[in-house]
Write a protein that binds this ligand. Structure first.
Ligand code: M6R
Length: 609
């Protein structure tokens, strides 16, 4: 949830740290801080608020330091305040932390009983106190670190610096993501790869349960487990993401840029995979016999990725005639799930680090299911722990509201359902070829929708005072109703509910009064007549119908506003019906003056339960 960054090398550390923190700010923006070291010892600057607030606090010229660490916080323990901001220091030991220390109460009580005085309400502060305690008892800092980490419960990533080791950074990964960036006589660490893209494209993805010691010239990776002192071999990866991918490139917000990237990201996701079923399943570690032997899929995900899973269910059941259960990842492990023989589990996660999704994946694996993940981040935890990975090629997604990851996930799922259908013999060769051709038309259809968006801002201007929204869809459009509502509420803060249109009369219809905005996803598919009836029901109660449809003639006189989309194969309409909804939420939030890329209370990667 928080973002951490560290630097040691020949550059001024503070500009690198501030720049890295800006790129990590999507992970949390309640407070921010940096620590650096030079001849004057340890200097710490921290404040409530955002990185720009931290910047304005820094002395000018910036302290000339070649080593430092930084933090941007999403508050878990303790309110957003400068006191609770990281780095936390005890003596001249500074610590930044992402994650949660579950047993901090008992550790804090123990340390307080020994006379340690705490200055914050955070769980993090026990860590520098433990380190200080062990060092005072005569341990070296590396030994103190091992001992301290051994008593911590929870999942975390840590960065540590001390004036006892002036040119050295330490970083620990246990449960929360951490990457090491390799430069020329310089090293970095950060919570994710995009934070460091301006400086390097060479990374080591830290394994869970490891500690790294970094100087400008050296990197030593070790295991944390007691007694395990053997060095961990380093596997350097080179990423093809560019720094520009993590920039706004002229757009007002990352979200708008990412919405407009979708023709390319969907295309890239399709083309990143072999053009035949055998090739795909081979890469996923599944033989044709295994695919034919499957009896059930379980897909688990959170938020937007969960909505992609619901679309995936429609596609897989339709094309591959395989039963699919879709699970909210945070619920999965607590309901004693049934994992029968022949069950394949699929997690869907943009970040690959969502704690609940990882826990669901581990639970399914523990119960004997094979696990695949549909994931956007190379080498993320979900990707490393799953038996196979279908990578989406969305590139770095920075806006907290997920857009391009969603359509890329649907792209991966449609490809998967098509290839499952081919191997399982539920599609004829002709059907397979024709659906594949249809799939390849999706990027152009999205481009077409994006060329006709001018009216959406004008429409949004009329909606900013709305007290609530209802989004309705049927069949494969129902998840799009959920997704449209999620986008609206998370960035504009207007309550919005997504509902299956046929269910409306069982409750939500009571919400409709004169002028209530009701967004209806109405593609011309087998359920079109049904959704027309639902529109009539809304109109009869005074609702203001905003319809997304490829059949405008049939809606004239029925819908109050029309957001037209081109026609597409009925199984693929979610790719284009979601685009106007992303834009409607975006412009509504902009007109209301909301912080689109950093909505309140949210963080991009939810790495805590
Ligand atoms: O990285 P993940 O796909 O696992 O993230 C899942 C959700 O946290 C994410 O989709 C969230 O709902 C977004 N803010 C939605 O826009």
């Amino acid at each position: 949830m928080c973002g951490i960054v560290g630097y040691v090398g020949k550059r001024g550390a503070l500009p690198v740290l501030i720049d890295g923190l800006k790129r990590l700010e999507y992970r949390g923006y309640d407070s921010a801080g940096v620590a650096c070291m030079n001849g004057n010892g340890l200097e710490v600057y921290k404040t409530r608020g955002k990185i720009k607030d931290l910047e304005s606090l820094l002395p000018r010229p910036l302290p000339d330091a070649r080593i430092g660490l930084g933090h941007t916080r999403w508050a878990t323990h303790g309110i957003p305040s400068s006191r609770n901001a990281h780095p936390h220091t005890v003596g001249a030991i500074a610590v930044v932390h992402n994650g949660i220390i579950e047993n901090y109460h008992e550790l804090r009580d123990m340390l307080c009983a020994e006379g340690h005085a705490f200055t914050s309400e955070t769980d993090t502060e026990v860590i520098p106190h433990l380190l200080y305690r062990h060092v005072r008892q005569g341990r070296s800092l590396p030994d103190a670190l091992r001992e301290a980490v051994a008593v911590l419960k929870g999942s975390f990533a840590l960065g540590i610096m001390s004036d006892s080791h002036p040119g050295t950074l330490f970083a620990v990964r246990r449960g929360s993501p951490l990457v090491i960036g390799m430069g020329d006589n310089e090293h970095f660490f950060a919570s994710d790869i995009p934070a460091l893209l301006p400086y390097t494209n060479r990374f080591v993805l830290m394994e869970d349960g490891t500690v790294v010691t970094l100087t400008a010239t050296d990197m030593i990776l070790d295991r944390l487990a007691p007694g395990e002192t053997a060095s961990v071999p380093r596997q350097v990866i080179e990423v093809d993401w560019t720094p520009a991918m993590a920039e706004k490139e002229g757009f007002d917000h990352f979200m708008l840029k990412e919405i407009h990237e979708q023709p390319r990201t969907v295309h890239d996701t399709f083309s990143g995979w072999p053009a035949d079923a055998e090739g795909i399943f081979d890469r996923l570690g599944l033989s044709p016999d295994m695919v034919r032997g499957l009896r059930r899929l379980q897909i688990a995900a959170c938020g937007t990725s969960y909505h992609a899973a619901l679309v995936g269910r429609c596609l897989i059941e339709r094309l591959a005639r395989l039963p699919v259960d879709v699970e909210i990842a945070s619920e999965y492990r607590y309901r004693d799930p049934l994992v029968e023989r022949g069950t394949l589990f699929i997690s869907i996660t943009q970040s690959g680090e969502t704690a609940d999704t990882l826990a669901a994946q581990r639970e399914a694996q523990r119960r004997g299911a094979g696990a695949l993940t549909i994931c956007n981040v190379l080498g993320s935890t979900a990707a490393r722990e799953a038996g196979g990975v279908l990578y989406t090629k969305a590139g770095p997604e920075i806006g907290v509201a997920s857009t391009k990851a969603f359509t890329s996930q649907m792209a991966a799922l449609s490809l998967l359902s098509l290839e499952l259908g081919a191997v399982r013999g539920t599609l004829t060769r002709k059907e397979y070829a024709s659906f594949r051709t249809e799939l390849m038309t999706v990027p152009a259809a999205i481009r077409e929708v994006l060329q006709h968006t001018a009216g959406i801002r004008t429409l949004a201007e009329t909606l900013t005072a709305a007290r609530s929204f209802l989004y309705l869809g049927r069949g494969i459009s129902y998840p799009i109703a959920l997704e449209g509502a999620l986008k609206m509420k998370e960035i504009s803060y207007i309550p919005a509910e997504g509902y299956p249109a046929g269910e409306m009369k069982h409750g939500p219809i009571a919400l409709i009064e004169e002028g209530s905005p009701v967004v209806v996803i109405a593609p011309r598919d087998a359920l079109f007549e049904k959704i027309l009836s639902n529109i009539e029901e809304v109109k009869a109660r005074g609702g203001r119908v905003i319809a997304v449809s490829d059949h405008p003639e049939a809606l004239r006189g029925k819908a109050d506003e029309l957001l037209p989309v081109p026609s597409l194969h009925p199984a693929l309409t979610p790719f284009i019906t979601v685009i106007p909804l992303q834009l409607l939420a975006y412009y509504t939030a902009v007109v209301r003056g909301c912080e689109v890329d950093q909505p309140r209370n949210l963080a991009k990667s939810v790495t805590v339960e």
